[in-house]
Write a protein that binds this ligand. Sequence first.
Ligand code: UD1
Ligand code: CA
Length: 496
Amino acid sequence: MSATPAAVIVLAAGDGTRMKSSTSKVLHLIGGRSLVGHALLAAAHTGAPRVAVTVRAHRDLVAAHITEIWPEVIVADQDEIKGTGRAVECALEALPADLSGTVLVTYGDVPLLTTQALLDLTQAHEDAANAVTVLTAHLEDPTGYGRVVRDSDGSVQGIVEHKDALRARDEGGAHANVLEINEINSGIYAFDAQVLRASLAKVTTDNAQGEKYLTDVLAIARAAGRRVAGHDIDDRWQIEGVNDKSQLARLGKEYNRRVLQRLMVEDGVIIIDPDSTWVDADVSVGIDTVLHPNTQLHRATAIGASCTIGPDTTLTGTEVADGATVVRTQAELAVIGAGATVGPFSYLRPGTILGAHGKIGGFVETKNAQIGEGAKVPHLTYCGDATIGAGANIGAGTIFANYDGVNKHHTDIGAQSFIGSNSVIVAPRTIADGVYIAAGSAVVEDVGAGQLGVTRARQRNVDGWVARRRADTATHRAALEAEARHTSTTDQGAPE
Ligand code: UD1
Ligand code: CA
């Protein structure tokens, strides 16, 4: 039985100025999921009965977003007092006063941190009966981070912020050598709930930034005779935060690499070129499916087994059943049936549902279209607001005219019906089962089962027109030659 924290506090109240964005930093996306969404899920999956998030910058948008992801989350507002210590204090005020056990603190802008890392920290903290355990890492360049100051026995004395160490060095003070320490504070901790509450009450804002530092809790707890220790994490990506858009890209790329690794190793997916393949956090892909280069799978896209996806394909919130092939396609909120084929150069808009073994081919755009089992829309078609029966065939260049300039209307095409090439079906229209529509028809009336619908004018061939109206052109000469050939062959072959 692994240790479960009593609560997790996620700090997300900071201004995020370096992000240079009109959007809250924690609402930016990695793997299709907000930074704070990553933090919340890592916290939620620890099994902690309470998770609180402190908010302040972009308060209403951030609060609405996190309650949408997870309604049970406790939203705690930070007041005008600044600092990570104050942020935790505000979260504690929203948690029960008699909270006991282990409280974890994490950040809303550290997207690669896993639940496993949080559980390992909790376990190490409880096994050693610590009052505080800080997650640390050794960095070649620790600039900017709080440094972990250890005793000769290895226990942690406290954390000194980079800016305070600089100031101490300039003043020749007690922290003069701290800048040489390369063990850094990740900002992720396990605390004994009661020690945390009591220590925070003693934290002041007497430091280089005039903020209430959470890091001061370590020295205060230690001075009260409590055990304070460090817990090292090897995987540095997990503690790296997003401060600017360059880090957003860097962590986004690494996150994607991890998602692809999981798909290949755990789920048996074949990925031809991981460097050009992007898959969001919530996507699932079945065994032996091949993802070709330049494939992007977004949001809750779910792909079955033994499919061929890509190259050059972007699927968003799209379901693809087993054995389907989707090539050079853009699809959003679409459903593609088992064994169906889509592409190349197809555009499936929301509400497209393609039945098993159906086909949507080249230069076809579909929207809100239910296409039955084995039905085919193979070439150059716009198919919007339509229901197409099983086995129907929609000829090349067919247009479903669904819009009258004011409203959208629906078209029904029955099972096994055949729509001739270059037809326009003017909605609202019902074409029954087993119907033929002649090529080039503009269909403005319904057609019943077994009928042929044809709306073309009868063809006239006008003799001698080219000779009269286009004399001495290349066309005329070609016509004369053809006539001469025809006359000589009929002369030879015809009986006397
Ligand atoms: C903090 C730590 C530092 C550590 C570093 C790791 C302190 C005093 N320092 O520094 O030792 O090495 O993290 O990244 O804790 N936040 C709030 N309210 C606030 C201020 C911050 O909620 O008033 C949140 C931010 O949204 C962010 C997190 O706390 O998620 C960290 O804030 P940040 O300003 O980045 O801390 P650092 O100064 O980098
Ligand atoms: Ca930071």
